[in-house]
Design a protein around this ligand. Structure first.
Ligand SMILES: Nc1ncnc2c1ncn2[C@@H]1O[C@H](COP(=O)(O)OP(=O)(O)OP(=O)(O)O)[C@@H](O)[C@H]1O
Length: 345
């Protein structure tokens, strides 16, 4: 229902370009990417808050590319909530109703339903500076929802919250999305947040979209070394491909597929690699000999670096397994992983 076609935005030195994206009605869609990649600028372009140089945005088949923000039927909630300090919470929430004609009785009813649903009845007459992080967040969400938008844009809505509280508010966001059936587009840095809330996502880099797909595909099947790196696939190596094998400098690995774009990289998640002392007997998998070059304490597990040929692999080992193996730097080990664990692009 949101169709973005070849969108271009130019802000100072920054260029958002070639953005083509389709977001289904009622979806919970995540925009991810490193800092400065253009996630907020894209949200602002959808909301009509930045000038658009080229391309188009359609909402439910209506061309909204040049419409002013208040005519788009879109609510936006910022990272810092951007509530007006001189207005009470009630004043902030109803601020958006000044624009556009609305049935007064219907608007009042909607206001009470939303205030009840978000549990902010007790703070309506207070000013933003007196609110807790969670209350501010809910007040900002109420303000985005008061105009009964068809789309709600959320720019890192949970980042300012205390981590202990974040999960509750995250669950609440999921429930609100479910009960309203409105399309939510969320900008997030947090993979756990994206995985628990959204079903589809786009990964942005340097003003462009690098991959769009289901959250699972983005995490399990990145299509470029950039996205693989971004989603935490640490073992990314250049390779050449021959039949069902990827050849690295000194060994060949069995893989399930071939790169669609003729590319030349593989990636393996550290947690998909089993570290052992002997080569084992697995006939249908990969087994690479190497030497431990580093053991880094990561709290509940160790990150273990293993040099194999010219490559440096990274794997994870539980503390009890490391103890059982008497793992130490300089030790000879074997790394095993199935062909399905080798992602090619
Ligand atoms: N009004 C503006 N004028 C000039 N440059 C801008 C403007 N707004 C944003 N930018 C630049 O555009 C780039 C993208 O910014 P944006 O806020 O979209 O990044 P982001 O992906 O949301 O990053 P973060 O995750 O840090 O919030 C940045 O380099 C930023 O400095």
């Amino acid at each position: 229902m949101i169709e973005i076609n070849d969108l271009a935005v130019c802000l100072g030195e920054f260029r958002l370009r070639g953005i083509t994206l389709s977001i289904e009605e009622g979806a919970f869609f995540a925009l991810m990417g490193p800092t400065g990649s253009g996630k907020t600028v894209l949200l602002e372009a959808i909301a009509g808050l930045v000038p658009i140089q080229g391309g188009s945005i359609h909402l439910k088949q209506r061309d909204i590319t040049r419409l002013p923000p208040e005519k788009r039927g879109i609510g936006i909630m910022y990272q810092d909530y951007a509530l007006f300090p001189h207005l009470t919470v009630a004043g902030n929430i109803t601020f958006g109703l000044r624009y556009g004609a609305r049935d007064g009785h219907k608007a009042e009813k909607h206001f009470s339903t939303m205030v009840d649903a978000l549990g902010i009845d007790h703070v309506l007459q207070r000013y933003p500076e007196t609110l807790s992080g969670g209350e501010l967040q809910r007040a900002a969400l109420a303000r985005a929802l008061i105009v009964e938008p068809r789309v709600v844009l959320l720019d890192e809505p949970l980042s300012a919250l205390d981590p202990n509280f974040r999960e509750d508010i995250r669950a609440m966001l999921g429930e609100i999305h479910h009960s309203l059936g409105v399309t939510f587009v969320i900008v997030t840095h947090d993979f756990a947040e994206a995985l628990s809330l959204a079903s589809r996502a786009a990964v942005m880099h340097d003003g462009t979209i690098r991959q769009v797909g289901t959250i699972q595909d983005i995490f399990r099947k990145p299509t470029s070394s950039f996205v693989a790196d971004f989603v935490g696939m640490k073992n990314i190596f250049a390779a050449t491909f021959e039949q069902n094998a990827a050849r690295l400098d000194q060994f060949a690995l069995q893989v399930m597929g071939r790169p669609v774009n003729g590319g030349g990289h593989i990636a393996i998640r550290p947690e998909d690699i089993t570290l052992s002392l002997s080569a084992g007997t697995a006939l249908d998998g990969n087994c690479v000999p190497g030497v431990v070059t580093g053991i880094v304490d990561q709290g509940i597990f160790y990150e273990v670096r293993v040099s194999a040929g010219d490559q440096l692999f990274c794997t994870v080992v539980t503390k009890s397994a490391a103890f059982d193996l008497s793992l130490a730097v300089g030790m000879s080990v074997h790394l095993s992983f199935p062909p399905q664990a080798v992602h090619v692009f």
